[in-house]
Design a protein around this ligand. Sequence first.
Ligand code: BG6
Length: 486
Amino acid sequence: MTQFPKGFLWGGATAANQYEGAWQADGKGESTADHLLGGTFETPRRFVEDATQPGYFPSHDASDGYHHTEEDIKLMAGMGFKLYRLSIAWTRIFPNGDEKEPNRAGLDYYRHVFELCHQYGIEPLVTISHYEMPYHLTKAYGGWGNRKVIDFYVNYATTLFKEFSGLVKYWLTFNEINIGFMLGGYMSLGLPTPDGSSPLLGEQNDAAIQAALQGLHHQFVASAKAVQIGHAIDPNNLIGCMIAGQVTYPLTASPEDVLLAQQTNELNNFYCGDVQVRGAYPDFAKRYWTKHHVVLDIDETDAETLAAGKVDFYTFSYYSSSAETADQSKRESTGNMSFGVKNPYLKYSEWGWSTDPSGLRWYLNEVNSRYQIPMMVVENGLGAVDEKTADGKIYDDYRIDYLKQHLAAMSDALADGVNLIGYTTWGWIDIVSAGTGQMAKRYGFVYVDRNDDQQGDYARTPKKSYYWYKDVIANNGSDLDPDVRY
Ligand code: BG6
């Protein structure tokens, strides 16, 4: 019997550039995501200068969420959602990023979304920046590498806090803030990318690490400023951090592997959590800088800003775990946006991601004992190829199975004593994959009729998992094996 607390926040998540489409509607500017071509598991996504050239740019139309607002919110309400995690496209509000005044049409669009959510009793959880920024800020300023971008972000965040006071109380400053420096800087940090190179996999040399960590420092400062401003504008605001929850096990019990796994965990998770939750860089970060000859340009007031801008809650994504070994002969590539070496005890998806619910329990306990603040799992799900059967339905029992295992792990972690208050599955509706740019990697409870060949009319069809999740929410997670009618 699984147990979730009363008032647990059940829901699902999307990100603007992966869901909304309508990339030029109502005054929206070009975002960094709009310059990424689609890829596949084998072929990485590519950055191009000209976002209007022929080719498949997944963010341009995505799932056409922008033109399905009412229908989609009704579908979420049909499952009984309490929480909807979405991101705001910075370029709908400030098309170039450095304007003083916002684009009214962009604000009106999100106001409408939030008002509709409230009509259905759904609380929005807003990510202020999810893997995109105005393209102009990367061209004219060099993205997050430039300290000036902090002010542009603060102006943007302040605009949102003022405009949506009373409509939004849960905020996240940056999506997966640790990913920019782990995987290279274009997608998260807007750092220039050499022509044709992968926007994801940055070179792991000291110069690249220096550039990414400087950009990350600016994001930390921006986040801390936003937290203070958000609290001042509306004391009801709860503002959280968002980390890619990476769990790394030692491949063997060899002390070298154990040490390496510990260091990898420090780097992946706690570097970022420590700064945003505790308000200061941990000793580990300083050792890492020395090792890689990193000298950060830190303003004399930055330390005070970080200390004064601690987040209210900790959120993270969790999909899979990996393993590490000091034995170089055992290294091989895993999946896109995944790390380390393969764990022989786990099964892997078509995209090379392991399924490891125990890792989620481990991570929840780890974060809980380190920070003791409320937590939410704001991304979790299975990206898979879904096939419609002759009756026009999608029997995605594999997705139900994945989610069931992770909910059971969360219930175990709750029994362990962790302070988990909410859960939003990733891609509650089919959206474009961030890593590969594919529609074929589907996560949703709702199928979207759109394919990588740009065919399909965006029609929405609930999958079997839609009805399963609806039942689970209705019984507050006490029965993960409801008798699903589909
Ligand atoms: C997270 C991101 O890393 O993983 C999402 O926050 C992303 O934006 C998700 O979509 C799943 O990754 P992918 O590559 O399967 O879309």
